[in-house]
Design a protein around this ligand. Structure first.
Ligand SMILES: NC(=O)c1ccc[n+]([C@@H]2O[C@H](COP(=O)([O-])OP(=O)(O)OC[C@H]3O[C@@H](n4cnc5c(N)ncnc54)[C@H](O)[C@@H]3O)[C@@H](O)[C@H]2O)c1
Ligand SMILES: [Zn+2]
Length: 692
């Protein structure tokens, strides 16, 4: 796969001039109040198109062209920087990174001694000037030579203290941004104030930092990534240290002054000595991206030693000793075409956005979640709006916000349903998440279909139309009723012969013996899927123990937080009758092999349990073969957990073992680059033979 990203093609001089104007306007809006008409991908394509045209027509290059300039040359400032605030050059993959490093080492005439690898924070750069330990001035990057004074924001930026630990005079540099929570709060405040909202966290941060006299205050976040002597010619001992220390030690000093750095996040900067380790950290940061509380758009790789930085030097636009490894855009602008309302398995009524299809992080996105009606109101969304859509990794795409400055006046309000879209009965709108008053009964068919599925009770021969037929005939109302069906009742159904009847009864008997993890999963408790059900079953061992647990006890299960725990307890109360019916039907209510008391005893005594995968985090990827060929991914994960391991889906440095079957692509490669042990399905089967 080519690492070079696509570009806008520019046909002639007129198109070139238009492209330059569009880029300059977009940039001015982007760095100004954040109201660009383009998303980053479109802007970057455009600039690459401009670059390509200029390479072929050097005589036509316009002086206003954004290429080779900090901030595309579109912004100005009146506070000169002590040392220019530059941009970063980009690479788009491992090969380009290697080529960049090789050319840097040629320039240095020696290998780079140490690399610092850190997250590229997606906000805006500021310079924070401290005198005798007090924050006295805050300046934006501007055109790199001079920026704008935004000192009015001092006091609203978390992580940027008004006083340092020591009374030092120093200039700190870092990124101002909004966390997910700060962004939600800012949108709500603006919505309440003027009925509009911010398009995304970055533009909200840009607008907030620069605006004076807003009637409402929005909180921002700062992460430091550099420190300089102030003034530049200062010859104090501190200035000398800042000129000589490696970047990594300067960052430790910055954190020691009480300034926030990424050291407190899952994407802390690390120091490594070779390019393979750089690439491994790049992949770890990329994998952590979707779970972060703030946006990152890449990874910054820097020479750590001051001597290496000094010999590499700067171009007019960027340092030569650092580079940005760009990650794919996780956010794009597209059109909200419609909103669909659906009642789910548990009776929850949820809206779903239908979008003009857009490519995001490697897949085409057509639908996105909108959470609930309150959320739509909070975001002030309208049909026909241009919206920012976010998707990273495996997360479900979500509509972030309308792009208010792209409105045409044609937008219409979104219809909010008055009755359940599935059964027409009333809606219980007492909670943020609306629910059909019939609850689970509204979509019994969906609940039953889920319960009998391959990863739950695994009842073969029960297709949806068969379930519908039984519901229509009044034979069942929920999946527990299946276990009470008689041979005569089944034979009485249309198109149900002797053989299918016997097969179904046999399948039901097998289902009675399924482990608790699967029986629990079949209940379809909100917020608990397959892996969570396995954890709950392993933790408690019996259904009685699960039912006896209060929220505090449920929260002991790995991955259940204070928000989810009470939901699980409430759901179990609601499912009381169904569970009783299952017990009466003779369905198994215990987890084989779960010996919580024994496990706790062993853990307390500090001895690992005598299981082959005890203490190991295992990732299964690719198609299984040999003795494991018939196992689904869920069954593989069950196997891992039976053998004492923890099943996980993402490879990281903490992974103990990757079971790689046929066509195991990126996860296998990642394991190899991180030096994580890789086993074939056959080897793994040998390891856990006793648990197969
Ligand atoms: N949508 C638009 O209309 C529009 C217009 C202009 C620019 N842009 C976007 O802006 C980007 C280019 O912006 P740029 O020129 O500011 O360069 P850049 O953001 O790609 O790189 C330089 C910046 O990275 C930041 N940074 C984050 N983490 C850092 C770290 N750990 N160490 C050092 N620096 C760190 C600093 O703010 C620095 O100024 C492009 O991705 C482009 O898509 C978009
Ligand atoms: Zn309903």
């Amino acid at each position: 796969m080519s690492e070079t990203p696509p570009l806008t093609s520019i046909a002639d001089e007129t198109a070139y001039a238009e492209a330059v104007q569009l880029a300059v306007d977009a940039s001015a809006a982007y760095y100004g109040d954040g109201t660009s008409t383009l998303d980053d991908d479109s802007y970057d394509r455009l600039v690459r198109g401009i670059e390509a045209y200029e390479a072929g027509h050097p005589d036509q290059v316009l002086p206003t062209s954004p290429t080779g300039k900090v901030a595309g040359g579109a912004v100005v400032g009146d506070v000169p920087h002590t040392v220019p605030m530059l941009s970063l050059d980009n690479v788009f993959g491992p090969d380009q990174l290697a080529a960049w490093a090789a050319s840097l080492e040629r320039r240095l005439g020696r290998p780079v001694t140490a690399w610092s690898v850190e997250a590229k924070l997606d906000g805006l750069a500021v310079s924070a000037r401290y005198r005798r330990g007090r924050l006295v001035q805050l300046v934006t990057r501007g055109d790199g030579q001079a920026g704008e004074d935004v000192s009015h924001s001092i006091g609203t930026v978390v992580g940027l203290p008004e006083r340092l630990a020591e009374p030092v005079t120093v200039e700190l540099r870092g990124e101002v941004m909004m966390t997910t929570a700060q962004f939600a709060d800012a949108c709500a405040k603006r919505q309440a104030h003027d009925g509009t909202t911010f398009a995304n966290p970055r533009s909200a941060a840009a607008g907030t930092l620069r605006t004076k006299d807003r009637p409402y205050v929005c909180e921002l976040t700062f992460f430091g990534y550099g420190a300089l002597p102030l003034p530049p010619g200062d010859d104090s001992p501190l200035a000398a240290r800042l000129r000589e220390l490696p970047h990594s030690q300067i960052m430790e000093w910055v954190a020691g002054q009480g300034v926030q750095t990424t050291a407190v996040t899952p994407v802390a900067g690390v120091l490594v000595s070779d390019l393979a380790a750089v690439q491994a950290r790049v992949e770890e940061i990329a994998a952590a991206r979707a779970g972060l509380e703030f946006g990152i758009d890449g990874i910054v790789i820097k020479c750590d030693l001051a001597a290496d930085q000094a010999s590499a030097g700067f171009s007019s636009r960027a340092p030569r000793w650092a580079v940005a490894y760009k990650l794919p855009a996780t956010e794009k602008i597209t059109k909200l075409l419609a909103v669909e309302w659906n009642t789910g398995r548990t009776g929850i009524i949820a809206p779903r956005a239908v979008l003009e299809p857009v490519e995001l992080d490697g897949s085409i996105v057509t639908y996105a979640t909108l959470h609930n009606a309150a959320d739509i109101a909070r975001r002030g969304l309208m049909l026909g709006d241009s919206v920012t859509v976010y998707k990273a990794g495996d997360v479900i795409p979500r509509v972030e916000a309308p792009v208010v400055h792209l409105r045409t006046g044609e937008e219409r309000p979104i219809d909010i349903p008055q009755v359940c879209p599935s059964c027409g009965d009333a809606i219980d709108a007492g909670q943020e998440r609306w629910r059909c008053v019939r609850g689970r009964a509204c979509r019994a068919i969906a609940s039953i279909e889920y319960a009998v599925g391959r990863d739950q009770l695994d009842i073969e021969g029960l297709a949806v139309n068969r379930i519908q037929q039984m519901l229509d005939a009044g034979l069942i109302a929920d999946f527990a009723d299946l276990f009470f069906l008689t041979r005569e009742q089944l034979l009485g159904l249309e198109r149900m012969g002797e053989t299918s009847t016997d097969n179904l009864l046999a399948a039901l008997d097998r289902a009675r013996a399924q482990p608790l993890s699967r029986v629990f999963c079949a209940l379809g408790v909100r917020g608990t899927g397959r892996s969570m059900s396995r954890r709950i079953a392993a933790h408690f061992g019996t259904m009685d123990a699960i039912r006896a647990a209060d929220a505090a006890a449920i929260q002991q299960v790995d991955g259940i937080g204070p928000e989810k725990a009470p939901v699980v307890v409430a759901e179990l109360v609601e499912l009381d009758a169904l569970i009783d019916k299952l017990i009466k039907a003779g369905v198994n209510m215990t987890q084989p092999g779960a010996r919580p008391s024994q496990a706790e005893v062993a853990e307390a005594a500090g001895e690992p349990l005598d299981l082959p995968l005890a203490g190991m985090s295992v990732v299964v990827t690719g198609t299984m073969t040999g003795p494991l060929a018939a196992l689904s991914r869920n069954e593989m994960n069950e196997l891992v957990e039976r053998a004492g391991g923890k099943a996980s889906s993402a490879v990281s440095a903490r992974t103990s073992l990757v079971v790689a079957g046929d066509k195991a692509g990126s996860k296998r490669a990642k394991a190899e680059s991180l030096g994580v042990r890789v086993a074939s399905p056959e080897e793994f089967a040998g390891l856990v033979a006793a648990f197969l």
